[in-house]
Write a protein that binds this ligand. Sequence first.
Ligand code: ATP
Ligand code: MG
Ligand code: FE
Length: 347
Amino acid sequence: ATVLAIETSCDETAVAIVNNRQVCSSIIASQIPIHQQYGGVVPEVASRQHLETINWAIAQALEQSQLSWEQIDGIAATCAPGLVGALLVGLTAAKTLAIIQKKPFLGIHHLEGHIYATYLSEPTLNPPFLSLLVSGGHTSLIYVKDCGKYETLGETRDDAAGEAFDKIARLLKLGYPGGPVIDQLAQTGNPQAFALPEGKVSLPGGGYHRYDGSFSGLKTAVLRLVQQLEKNNTPIPIPDVAASFQETVARSLTKRAIACALDYGLSTIAVGGGVAANSGLRKNLQAAAAEHNLRVLFPPLKFCTDNAAMIACAAAEHLSRGHTSPLTLGVESRLSLAQVMNLYQQG
Ligand code: ATP
Ligand code: MG
Ligand code: FE
């Protein structure tokens, strides 16, 4: 199926057209420069920017694809989770297009998009597989049983992986977003310069998953390290701190992902979310997977962070199974992956 999808859950106004797993066009208008002056995303500013950019982005996506509306089988938008005002802009635009063009409409769970981003470079990947989802707001191990059927096996109990990168970058006064800058600086640093805690959690507790992790202890350890260096008037070796931090995050994620895949007998790990772009994680996970005869797959770099191609890809999967959403569908700031099938009427 060929789907036009809109993604406006946070600070990217994105529109893409995808034919199953093949990207026909992908427009990503990032608001990062606008939010940078505030050190993070300001929700009201994000909604307004989406509103100002959305029509242009839709027109661009269509033009770039060289497709006509007749060749498009469905129209989708991210409907949850995310910033409510931001989500509403994309969802309303998608519904309007669906009505005008008389096409099926689909609401898509943002994390399902991140899961399927790997499909854009892997025509043969199919469930079951383990998804390691590492983004700005989530750090999860998800057992992908089928399209729409997910079981969360692990989460973070505090900070998400991307959030940890962003917080450490703020601490080191490197700006926002932190992941790409830390990744870059880590290239020239020594990952063994400082021993940092991986953030073990006691397993398993009431209501917790077996492969839960934690990054707040690591964040505090880096804070203490920086404070100690400042107290001693030692210049902070930023590349070494960045490299040691990144290495610790990568090791911690790798350990849990590999253990989970082996325990559940899943031979493929597909990584998704902004932190899937991280070179340290890629290296660590590739090496460990090879050691255990597991296959690890990453999305193309440009489809790790938020984009609409991954949303269109997830929508194409659903549409090919006859899943469509009612036009009364609303947005949700939070929605668990276990609830994804509530977004569809089957027929
Ligand atoms: P969510 O998907 O959970 O709602 P989000 O959409 O904000 O959150 P993404 O767009 O998937 O998150 O990813 C953004 C995050 O990825 C930011 O925290 C950013 O710092 C991080 N990130 C991006 N590139 C890298 C990199 N190379 N290394 C580490 N982190 C990175
Ligand atoms: Mg973003
Ligand atoms: Fe995201």
